[in-house]
Design a binder for this molecule. Structure first.
Ligand code: CP3
Length: 342
């Protein structure tokens, strides 16, 4: 096994951590903006397999990252289940909402999602042919809770209030939505793996707003179900879980779910993660994405600090959240040089 990302995910401590970056194909890159303009808009880009593969490859060509992440979005799955989805420039996603049993009943059967998602599998197939042999291809989906927060509110929310309200006021409908999303996510990721994804990542961006029992029931448990089902169907497939802002919930998350790696946001310190999370296996992430905007010596110092703190166990270097459109592409190169210079 030569790919460094797969070695780290298998638990190997490498002298230099492999690197990739959340949202590495994105608006901070002029070549991404040009291809998006060619496609028309963001969603048309996601469903245009050739162009989606092209933007996935752009940061690999420019920087030589060790992994490429499929270019798509976590909200394509609700769209495939029948939700209307559109993006408002400068504001973010909008969806038709699900707030009751009728809304739930209107969702399409899970065996119909591929009619919408086939172009995504085609993007994966193109990438598995075209990526350099040392580059690992990562597929992904949103975690059921995070996807549900968008389906219930119809947009991104600061505190996920509408989803919490439905969870408390109508647990039957809420639980049924989580179950549907869990099953659909297993099918979606399974197809990505069949098409050539070598690793899958489950993005639970809003896991941090679930506390106590609710965290276990709606963040940990679906991640466990998805991970176990994928590993039963595709023995050995590595899974990265990202229960963002889980805090103490990061402790034991990999063990409890069966995930091979836990992705860390930047609200926990690398030293804390080394002592409490990396003891169970590979960790990824942690550099604040703001450093990609501000750069300078702070970027170098913080990059070195994270590498050092996590140097005694398996580690994949990454940001704590996606790179933002105002980031300077030169700062990305500086981060990579700092990691690779050791
Ligand atoms: O990481 C990657 O490069 C892979 C592709 C990817 C995108 N979105 C592309 C994208 C991945 C893995 C995602 C995940 C995603 N999408 C999450 C979970 C991770 C996170 O960021 O917390 C969420 C919550 C979404 C939903 C979503 N998509 C939002 C809220 C937005 C708007 C906010 C924003 O950053 O503009 C998007 C749009 C989106 N998804 C863009 C990209 C490159 C920007 C679209 C554009 O080009 O205009």
């Amino acid at each position: 096994m030569t790919k460094t990302i797969l070695r780290a995910l298998a638990g190997e401590t490498l002298p230099t951590p492999p690197i990739w970056m959340m949202r590495q194909a994105g608006r901070y890159l002029p070549e991404y903006r040009a291809t998006r303009a060619q496609a028309g808009d963001f969603l048309s880009l996601c469903y245009n397999s050739e162009l989606a593969a092209e933007v996935t490859l752009q940061p690999i060509r420019r920087y030589g990252f060790d992994a490429a992440i499929l270019f798509a979005d976590i909200l394509l799955l609700p769209q495939a289940l029948g939700a209307d989805l559109w993006f408002v420039t400068g504001e973010g996603p909008r969806l038709s909402t699900i707030t009751d049993a009728d809304g739930l009943a209107r969702l399409k059967p899970i065996d119909e999602i591929d009619a919408v998602l086939n172009p995504i599998y085609e993007t994966v197939r193109i990438l598995s042919r075209e990526l350099p042999k040392e580059t690992t291809l990562i597929g992904f989906a949103g975690a059921p809770w995070t996807v549900a927060t968008y389906m219930i509110a119809g947009k991104g929310t600061k505190d996920q209030g509408p989803a919490h309200a439905l969870r408390e006021e109508n647990p039957e409908v809420f639980d049924a939505l989580i179950t549907t999303l869990t099953k659909a996510t297993i099918e979606y990721l399974s197809k990505q793996i069949e098409a050539g994804a070598e690793v899958v990542k489950i993005f639970d961006s809003w896991a941090g707003s679930l506390k106590g029992e609710a965290f276990v029931k709606y963040a940990l448990e679906p991640a466990r179900e998805i991970t176990q089902a994928l590993k039963a169907r595709h023995p050995g497939i590595p899974v990265i879980a990202f229960p963002r802002e889980a805090g103490d919930g990061y402790i034991g998350f990999a063990k409890a779910t069966g995930a091979d790696c836990v992705a860390l946001d930047n609200s926990v310190s690398a030293e804390w993660a080394a002592a409490n999370v990396q003891v169970d296996g590979c960790v990824q992430g942690n550099l604040a994405s703001s450093h990609m905007v501000t750069g300078g010596q702070d970027l170098v110092d913080e990059t070195r600090r994270i590498c050092k703190a996590l140097s005694n166990g398996p580690h994949i270097f990454n940001l704590g959240h996606g790179i933002t459109p105002d980031a300077d592409p030169d700062n990305v190169q500086r981060m990579i040089d700092t990691v690779r210079e050791g």
